[in-house]
Ligand binder design. Structure first.
Ligand SMILES: Nc1ncnc2c1ncn2[C@@H]1O[C@H](COP(=O)(O)OP(=O)(O)OP(=O)(O)O)[C@@H](O)[C@H]1O
Ligand SMILES: [Mg+2]
Length: 435
């Protein structure tokens, strides 16, 4: 637990004497902050950080011998537990990006007010305390990243995608991750890859001041411990890696980082579920899709959704994804829409692996409560459909159509085209063909 009497220990690194003195004077009257040292050069800052073990280093970006970004990178590597706040006269995106990638936790643009400075320091310190509080509970229990993570262990990566927004991706993946945990007791991770407007946190009512942004500049140090630090435990014991809190921070997440994160999740969990957002232009989204063993592709019984899924299937082919990798899920499926699942399969040339019933108000209510319906109302037909899908994931039979029908049989329905019988006229030709 944090000691309320304990002061935040600060090291100031800035080559300009006046700036250094100003900062020290500014902080002198703050009862909870103590400047324990100051340095004029990057290397001196690293040496002092090692020696004095401050809580926070206040680092200038532009210094003659070694810039603040390089110094920050080295401090991150050599002095565990220290946080860096970067200061710069330039507030450009590029600086911010580089600072964050180096591992800085906060970015202050000069000139800043004393209020901005002290609240930045307190915020970073509180985050760090939170992180340390989490550390003692690190055990290799169920749902915790594997203490024995090894290259041999590779969990299954299952993402949910749709070329269209609002079709139920987040609803499905949150419920599914929880259902797999409920029925398997395996280690389950859920990553919110819907980077700009991620909804996983709100749907599961989890708040964390750590998100995947906190892995920036640290992906090379990724291990079970670091994952534990940035992930959140849901009451179901699913471990959650949240999306960046703000859209502008999402821009800092790059495809290469995501690949590393997914790789490490795979090593530490049995199942890694990933939410996405509909963009094939975004390299981050392609990185997620590439890394997935299965892409649960969600579609609803509406013509635009069906058309877009069909186009996505063509893209998947161009990307040379194995056909089995695309698992079509028909969401909000009921008979009122005038479209038959069988006809859709025939038209788009791909089997529908599972259908999920429309549960109207119950789903909305559960979302607003922040409790997945599979926990709140396990007997609801929606929960039952999710449970069935979860059980097939656990049993390794995701490629087989529900109700015991083999995927192959279904493929034969859609497979008309695959067999070279020619596609129906027009993009959606044949959809309304009578059976
Ligand atoms: N099977 C279902 N039954 C009833 N309502 C559903 C069902 N699936 C999704 N919904 C509703 O549809 C809405 C959109 O769902 P959700 O946010 O999961 O979609 P999304 O594809 O993740 O959207 P976004 O593009 O915003 O990320 C929600 O209000 C949810 O309540
Ligand atoms: Mg969503």
């Amino acid at each position: 637990m944090s000691d309320p009497q304990r002061k935040i220990k600060l090291l100031v690194v800035d080559d300009i004497v006046e700036t250094r003195n100003n900062l020290i004077n500014l902080l002198y009257f703050e009862k909870d902050i103590e400047v324990i040292g100051s340095a004029t050069r990057g290397q001196e800052g690293i040496d002092l950080a090692k020696k004095l073990q401050p809580d926070i280093v206040l680092m200038d970006i532009n210094m003659p011998d070694m810039d603040g970004i390089t110094a920050t990178e080295r401090i991150m590597q050599q002095v565990p537990g220290v946080s860096v706040i970067m200061m710069s006269v330039q507030g450009e995106q590029d600086y911010l990006r580089r600072a964050m990638r180096a591992g800085a936790r906060e970015f202050l643009v000069k000139p800043f007010t004393s209020e901005e400075l002290t609240s930045g320091i307190r915020h970073v310190y509180a985050e760090n305390q939170n992180l340390r509080r989490l550390q003692p509970v690190v055990t290799a229990g169920q749902g915790t990243p594997a203490a024995d993570a090894s290259d041999d262990h590779l969990g299954e990566v299952i993402s949910v995608f749709s070329p269209k927004g609002g079709v139920g991706r987040t609803t499905i993946i949150t419920n599914l991750a929880v259902a797999v945990k409920q029925h398997s007791k395996k280690r389950v991770a859920l990553m919110d890859g819907s980077l700009f407007f991620g909804d996983v946190g709100i749907m599961l009512d989890v708040r964390n001041n750590k998100t995947m942004n906190d892995l920036q500049g640290r992906v090379d140090q990724l291990d079970a411990q670091l994952l534990t630090d940035v992930m959140m435990t849901h009451s179901s014991e699913v471990k959650i890696l949240l999306a960046p809190p703000k859209p502008e921070q999402a821009e800092l997440v790059v495809a290469e980082d995501l690949k590393r994160i997914i790789q490490e999740l795979r090593r530490n969990f049995d199942y890694v579920f990933i939410d996405t957002f509909p963009s094939l232009k975004e390299e981050t989204q392609l990185a997620i899709l590439d890394a997935s063993d299965y892409i649960l592709t969600v579609m609803t019984l509406e013509m635009p959704s069906i058309k877009d899924v069909r186009l996505f299937l063509e893209v998947a082919e161009l990307l040379e994804y194995p056909r089995d990798k695309i698992v079509l899920i028909l969401n909000r499926a009921d008979s009122k829409h005038g479209l038959r699942a069988e006809n859709i399969e025939a038209t788009i040339g791909h089997p529908i692996t599972a259908t999920i019933v429309s549960s109207g108000a119950a789903v909305t209510l559960s979302i607003n409560r922040g409790t997945p319906l599979v926990m709140d109302a396990p007997d609801n037909p929606f929960s039952k459909d999710i449970e069935a899908l979860a059980k097939r994931i656990i049993a390794g039979t995701l490629n087989q159509k529900e109700s015991g029908k083999k995927g192959k049989e279904v493929a034969a329905v859609g497979g008309e085209h695959g067999k070279g019988s020619g596609k129906p006229g027009g993009l959606l030709g044949g959809l309304f063909k009578k059976r």
